[in-house]
Design a protein around this ligand. Structure first.
Ligand code: 5AD
Ligand code: SF4
Length: 469
């Protein structure tokens, strides 16, 4: 497992920032506005950044106008996410004009790309601090340098791939928690920027993960999701942890499952090429694991899968689904689909529709292919127009809507164990099944954060209505 670093300086720099801010604001509590884009991995990083800000003495605000510090934690997976960040950062110019002491920072996957960092440097001079995905644990130090050095700080070095275990965390809620078990990705799917901006795969020490899981469960978290770009390859590169034991993902799942408590355990993302029968058996046998598997297929054509470097075939994927459903007949399957990979023909896209029809996913995350500079796919011929791809997407969404509606309708009359997540603006309880389907129930707000049994009484598209029993 990657060696953990434990820089005492993180906390020392936090105290230094605290003193500088106290002097700057004459004792007023500094306010931070932070916003995270993108995947759960980024959300989890954002929670650590907020933890460090709290340690540095910051309170949080929802209003950029009121903030002394603004940070965007960015995503690079599609161009659209980057455009939104540029738009938002551009708009901060006016706020900075009114409040010249405001510190503006950018971090995350988008700024790890050299071209983007250069563009920010030359075209967005009101941005004070930019730091990449490899140096998050140095955030207090970098903020201190920004506050005291009199110049802009850009730190985008690709560190030694170690894992810092010392960052404080400020989680967004008190019911659901993200628990990172590994970082980076070694798969190099040809369309994907993640391996380029997040570096090589590295797994956290199992002892640290188990410790964090115990703390979350003791603190009353009810829904814990283990996170990694490819959780199935947990500990594959270095199977031995500091406790001398050999680990793999099914073993980790079983070890967490042993922790007593009332909670649901999930994980994402599973790469089909590494999803084993051993894992499916562990899932079926563990008492806390939700029978929900997010298994991105991306597309249904073997030629396109090969061009994507996914390293499985349509047949292998369908076999895996069959095996998973044999072990867990109530399994809820979700997936990611890319429409319009370079060179994909309409006939090949129809193979994706066929696969969707066959598997009948609970829900899908769907994306029109977005070229990412520096990836092999960005250099491939891409003759199909965006309008045409959007039409294909429309077809796909219509199909999935009818499948979701059919699946939901078939649940009417069944009993489900749900987690009551919150009270919606209409006063209804927003609940979630183990299979990750939302159920809206009438009920008492005091049930929030508890598991309840409910009977499904209605289905409107993919939203279920229920009655707490
Ligand atoms: N274009 C469109 N979708 C992409 N994804 C990753 N890279 C791209 C891209 N360049 C999608 C994949 C992945 C999900 C997180 O984002 O479907 O599983
Ligand atoms: Fe990107 Fe593929 Fe890695 Fe997922 S597995 S992060 S799609 S390269």
């Amino acid at each position: 497992m990657a060696e953990s670093t434990n820089p005492a300086s993180l906390h020392e720099y936090s105290q230094l920032v605290r003193s500088v801010m106290e002097a700057r604001l004459e004792g007023r509590t500094p306010l931070a506005f932070t916003h995270t884009y993108g995947c759960q991995g980024n959300v989890s990083d954002g929670e650590r950044i907020n933890g460090m800000l709290a340690e540095m003495g910051f309170d949080f605000t929802d209003s950029p106008e009121k903030a002394d510090f603004i940070l965007y934690n960015t995503c690079a997976v599609r161009e659209h996410a980057e455009d939104r960040v540029f738009g938002n950062v551009g708009a901060l110019k006016n706020i900075k004009r009114r409040n010249p002491n405001l510190i503006i920072a950018l971090c995350g996957c988008m700024v790890q790309q050299e071209k983007i960092a250069n563009k920010i440097y030359s075209s967005y001079p009101h941005v004070n601090l930019v730091f990449g995905t490899h140096v998050i644990n140095r955030f207090p130090e970098l903020l201190y340098k920004t506050l005291t050095g009199g110049k802009r700080v850009f730190e985008l070095s690709q560190a030694d791939n170690s894992i810092c275990e010392d960052m404080p965390v400020r989680r967004d809620g008190n019911i659901k928690a993200w628990l990172p078990i590994m970082y980076g990705c070694d798969n190099f799917c040809t369309y994907c920027i993640v391996p380029h901006v997040r570096g090589r795969e590295r797994s956290r020490d199992a002892a640290n993960i188990l410790q964090e899981a115990r703390e979350l469960i003791a603190a009353g978290y009810k829904d814990i999701t283990l996170l990694g770009q490819n959780v199935n390859s947990y500990a594959v590169k270095n199977a031995v942890s500091s406790d001398g034991e050999e680990w793999n993902f099914p073993k980790l799942l079983r070890a967490i499952d042993e922790i007593d408590g009332d909670y649901t355990l999930r994980f994402m993302t599973s790469h089909p090429k590494d999803c084993t029968a051993e894992l499916l058996t562990a899932m079926a046998e563990c008492k806390h694991t939700a029978h929900h598997l997010h298994l991105p297929v991306q597309c249904g054509s073997n030629r396109v899968l090969k061009a994507m470097n996914r390293r499985y075939t349509r047949e292998k994927y369908l076999e895996l689904v069959k095996l998973a459903r044999k072990k867990m007949p109530d399994l809820s399957l979700t997936s990611d689909i890319i429409v319009g990979f370079p060179g994909e023909t309409y006939e090949e896209f129809c193979e994706t529709l066929d696969l969707i029809r066959e598997v009948k996913f609970t829900s899908l995350f769907t994306f029109i292919y977005s070229p990412r500079e520096g990836t092999p796919a960005a250099k491939m011929e891409d003759p199909v127009s965006h309008e045409e791809k959007a039409r294909w997407m429309g077809e796909l969404l219509k199909l999935q809507e009818s499948i979701s509606a059919e699946r939901c309708a078939s649940m009417i009359g069944t009993r489900q164990r749900v987690l009551v997540e919150n009270v919606d603006s209409d006063g209804m309880l927003a609940c979630r099944t183990g299979g990750n389907v939302i159920v809206k129930c009438e009920g008492d707000a005091s049930l929030t954060g508890t598991f309840a049994e409910c009977e499904i009484t209605s289905a409107r598209n993919w939203i279920l209505g229920g009655k707490i029993l």
